[in-house]
Design a binder for this molecule. Structure first.
Ligand SMILES: [Zn+2]
Length: 394
């Protein structure tokens, strides 16, 4: 049987038949349609409709923007490998019009399409070291915008999703990347995810305090507390009051190569308030059968990415519960594993921290207390500062 809906790769010289064989003889042996375009290295058997894309590079302030427009929606998964950025394009086959793009550009030198291992992907090579990468999926996966920028100068408030701790930012203006001088090793990244946002306010208290605002306040405090440790850089999954999708949040986290992912929420936890619950991910389908020691698989299904980190995530949740539990007046529940969607595809130890109780029956009360928020933020920073980054930086 021929495998349908999968591309067959044909290496030159390995098939001792005329190339016409593909489109003339094979269809007589099988009822399938065979498509092969002369000069390419792949043929499609069966009623496969491969996707394609167009690609463009533009200059933006302090960097370059790559715009990739797909013919179909694509679930992009990203990874950083050997100083390059890899964008996995799901499991649909692709037939690009061109597979290699070279640019005379100070930020991006090459983009290659590759599906030799069966996983279609774009590999982006930056022109120099020390550049930051900010991908963004738009129109439900039809457009990918990837900005490659110089690190922003130190500012008290974040203006971009990616920022550097003040101690590691090079002094003075650095107008061009200097490929000859290797950049100082970057600090590991912690990704902070403020739940909800925009028109999704999340839970709400009787006196009108919304979950999205509480989550953003807490993230702002955790961010400052973590930067003060000078051990981490911070990436935020949303800046301001916008509602990012689960996929956008996860893509932001995975492209940044975060060593920890913390998602902040508030809701009805019942019982006394203030109260903290900490969750790790559990698959809704069945207990994990994913081999935890095989984290170096080339291709991991997007929905199983978190499975490789469950043990580390659990350890992190226990350390956090232990530290936060020391705050006077706060009840801390034992950490539990539940199918938290936002953690499902995160490529790092990941937890969700929920503040309670935020319910329409009660006022928010102590949850808006800045002193309490600061104590929680300090406890989180203390745990992460005292730990060896759970996942080694790429
Ligand atoms: Zn929530």
């Amino acid at each position: 049987m021929l495998t349908l809906s999968n591309p067959i790769c044909i290496s030159n010289g390995q098939w001792m038949v005329p190339i016409d064989f593909l489109t003339t003889v094979v269809p007589r042996l099988t009822p399938q349609v065979v498509e092969y375009k002369l000069g390419t290295d792949r043929a499609f058997v069966g009623s496969v409709k491969p996707g394609t894309f167009s690609l463009r590079l533009d200059s933006v302030t302090g960097g370059a923007r790559l715009t990739v427009q797909f013919t179909d929606k694509v679930a992009v998964r990203t990874a950083s490998v050997n100083g390059k950025w890899v964008m996995y394009l799901g499991d649909q086959p692709f037939e690009p019009l061109e597979s290699s793009f070279h640019f005379q550009n100070p930020y991006i030198s090459d983009v290659q399409f590759d599906d030799q291992d069966g996983a279609p992907k774009l590999v982006i090579t930056p022109s120099g070291g020390g550049l930051n990468f900010y991908p963004k999926v738009e129109e439900g996966g039809r457009i990918l915008l990837a900005d490659v920028l110089k690190p922003p100068p130190p500012v008290p408030q974040p203006s971009r999703a990616f920022e550097q701790a003040p101690a590691t930012t090079a002094p003075g203006p650095a107008m061009t990347p200097s490929p000859g001088i290797p950049p100082a090793p970057a600090l590991p990244v912690v990704v902070l995810d403020a739940g909800h946002g925009g028109d999704d306010a999340g839970a709400r208290s009787r006196d009108g305090v919304s979950e999205k605002d509480l989550a953003a306040q807490l993230v702002a405090r955790v961010r400052v507390a973590l930067l003060a440790t000078r051990k981490y850089r911070i990436v935020l999954t949303r800046i301001g009051d916008v509602n990012a999708t689960f996929e956008q949040r996860t893509v932001t986290a995975n492209v940044a190569g975060g060593v920890y992912f913390l998602s902040f929420h508030a809701g009805d936890l019942g019982g006394s308030s203030p109260r903290i619950a900490i969750y790790t991910y559990q698959s809704p389908d069945q207990p994990s059968t994913f081999p935890e020691d095989e984290t170096r698989l080339i291709f991991v299904p997007w929905k199983d990415v978190q499975q490789a980190y469950l043990t580390q995530s659990r350890q992190l949740s226990e350390d956090l519960a232990q530290q936060i539990g020391q705050i006077a007046g706060v009840t801390t529940d034992a950490p539990t594993a539940v199918p938290v969607r936002t953690l499902r595809s995160v490529n790092a130890p990941a937890v969700a921290i929920e503040l309670g109780s935020l319910t329409p029956d009660e006022n928010a009360g102590a949850l808006t207390d800045t002193g309490l928020q600061q104590q929680i933020a300090d406890a989180v920073a203390q745990v992460l500062a005292g730990s060896k980054a759970g996942k080694s930086a790429p």
